[in-house]
Design a protein around this ligand. Structure first.
Ligand SMILES: [Zn+2]
Length: 88
């Protein structure tokens, strides 16, 4: 589980309304396309990328629905945001 150092996924169940994210990229999409998941801390600006397949997050989960699901290890904030990592 190399991608997880420093970030902790909250154990709370994933509750989201798929209709709220009609065009959102899902975890499954990232895995399928070999893309990484980026998690940003909105408070201190820290971010890291991780392999979506290693997160154990259900593939049908929209990436934006992961906002607030991670806890930053540096400042302890839960004001976090997830987004697809687009390679340049
Ligand atoms: Zn932080």
């Amino acid at each position: 589980m190399s991608g997880w150092s420093g970030w902790r996924l909250q154990q709370a169940p994933m509750i989201f309304d798929p209709a709220q994210y009609p065009n959102a990229v899902t975890i499954g999409y990232l895995i399928e396309h070999g893309m990484a998941l980026e998690v940003h801390c909105l408070k201190c600006g820290r971010f890291r990328t991780m392999a979506p397949a290693e997160t154990g997050i259900p593939p049908e989960t929209p990436v934006p629905a992961l906002a607030g699901r991670f806890k930053c290890s540096r400042c302890g904030s839960r004001e976090t945001e997830a987004r697809p990592h687009y390679q340049r």
